[in-house]
Each structure stands twice: as structure tokens, then as C-alpha cells.
Ligand binder design. Structure first.
Ligand code: ADP
Length: 175
């Protein structure tokens, strides 16, 4: 008899492969954009899911982040944007996502992502797909952008190519 593995539990939702790409995205950078673009051929739909933590001070409000990311993918109907509170696996279930998508830049990311993937798989059977960053984006993180914004440095190189200039806060320095 075939043993049912947790990952067999609906690995494809009604014939569609949906991946949840969870993160803080404060802000969503060119590194995040690249992960979504490169993952699109692997999935039918990617849901960018902004995790809300009201105890954390953020550079951008939740509403700004949602509008920003929706704007970047305005021409790609297969990318959706949501926000969620609580467990990421619950957000995934609510979207019908049976995969998590995450990015890896360096060895420290790998260890962190491995633990997250194991916990999420144990909780829900949801498998995590990790993509390595493109080398040109491996030094880019939201925290670097936040730091540069704080000190008035130009952040153009870190922002998605396709972002709506009207959504870039006026206090950010861009070329
Ligand atoms: P979190 O707070 O959950 O780490 P982030 O918004 O910082 O969320 O990142 C979301 C995901 O995107 C993580 O898997 C992270 O490793 C990945 N990521 C962040 N920056 C990059 C980048 N430059 N290249 C590839 N992946 C990245």
C-alpha cells in the first residue's frame, strides 16, 4: 500500500501549482522581484504574502507595501499580493498554496531557511522551494535599503526596475 506522505496532501490545488512567497518585504527589493520572476515558470500562481508584525517598527506601512508590490506586478496576473497575521502555513492554506517560495543569498540564509522549511513541512506538509539569488543581487536586503534610506543614500540600485515612481516615498533618494 502506498504510504501517504504529508507532501502528498494536495501538492497541486485543483490542478494549479500555487506558491506562497512570504516575507516582511520592508521594502520589496530587486532581489525579491528577481525571485518571483524566476519562479514564475515553475508555478501557475505566486502569492506574495506580507507577514504583519505590529510590534515591529517598519520603514514602510503595510498599505504602502501592498500597493508597491501590486504595482510592480501590475502586468502579471499570475502574481497576487496579500498580507497576513499568524502562521505562514495558515496563510498558505487559505490561498490554496501547496508550496512556499523563498530565496537564499548566503550560508546564513540557508540555515535559517532550512529550519523554517522543516517546521512548515512538519506543520502542514507544505514543501519549500528555495531559489539561489542571482550573484548580482546577493548583497541586497531590505535591511540594507532601510539603512541607506535612513542616511539619505541613493537606493535606486536596490529597487525593482518596474516600480511606479509615484509610489517611491519622497524621503527616499533615487536617481
Ligand atoms: P523575512 O523577514 O521573512 O526574512 P524578507 O522580506 O527579508 O523576509 O525576505 C523574504 C525572502 O526573500 C527570504 O527568503 C529572503 O531570504 C529572500 N531574499 C531577500 N533578499 C533577497 C535577495 N537579494 N536575493 C534573493 N532572495 C532574497
Amino acid at each position: 500500500m502506498k504510504k501517504t506522505l504529508p507532501s502528498d496532501t494536495g501538492a497541486v490545488t485543483e490542478g494549479r501549482r500555487i506558491a506562497l512567497f512570504p516575507g516582511s518585504f520592508d521594502p520589496f527589493t530587486v532581489g525579491h522581484e528577481s525571485i518571483v520572476e524566476r519562479a514564475l515558470p515553475l508555478f501557475d500562481e505566486i502569492v506574495v504574502a506580507i507577514g504583519v508584525n505590529y510590534n515591529k517598527l517598519t520603514l514602510t506601512t503595510l498599505e504602502e507595501r501592498v500597493a508597491w508590490i501590486k504595482g510592480i506586478f501590475r502586468d502579471e496576473p499570475r502574481v497576487k499580493v496579500i498580507s497576513y497575521e499568524g502562521l505562514t502555513v495558515d496563510a498558505a492554506r487559505q490561498c490554496g498554496a501547496t508550496f512556499m517560495l523563498r530565496g537564499v543569498r548566503m550560508i546564513q540564509d540557508f540555515e535559517y531557511e532550512k529550519n523554517l522549511a522543516e517546521v512548515n513541512r512538519a506543520l502542514s506538509g507544505i514543501e519549500t522551494v528555495l531559489l539561489y539569488t542571482l550573484p548580482e543581487y546577493s548583497h541586497i536586503s531590505s535591511s540594507i535599503v532601510r539603512e541607506l534610506v535612513k542616511y539619505g543614500q541613493d537606493v535606486s540600485a536596490y529597487l525593482p526596475h518596474n516600480c511606479d515612481p509615484s509610489l517611491i516615498p519622497q524621503t527616499w533618494k533615487v536617481k
